[in-house]
Write a protein that binds this ligand. Sequence first.
Ligand code: FES
Length: 105
Amino acid sequence: MNLITTCDKTFTLQQDETLLEGLERTGHEVEYQCRSGYCGACRLKLLSGQVSYPEQPLAFIAPDEILPCCCQADSDLHLVCHLRGDTPEHNPDLFDNDLFAAKQS
Ligand code: FES
């Protein structure tokens, strides 16, 4: 199982999950429209790793970019992608008991 590392988190993809779906599930901010390789809205910068495309996408991408909606991770990947601003990591609930307890110890 390949590790997906972004600017904020590391995770693995679930079975039959696209990279775009994995990024969404883990709280990342990713633009998308077609979700099938036509529009290019989902393009992300790939810092390291290898991907392949079961079907050649029509959207233009630069050599260091990938389309997470339709690529397959062939190795561990390091991507430029950030968590959404509304995730708990960015907006901790200051009245959450667990957070308060963690700060007490
Ligand atoms: S969402 Fe259109 S190419 Fe990925």
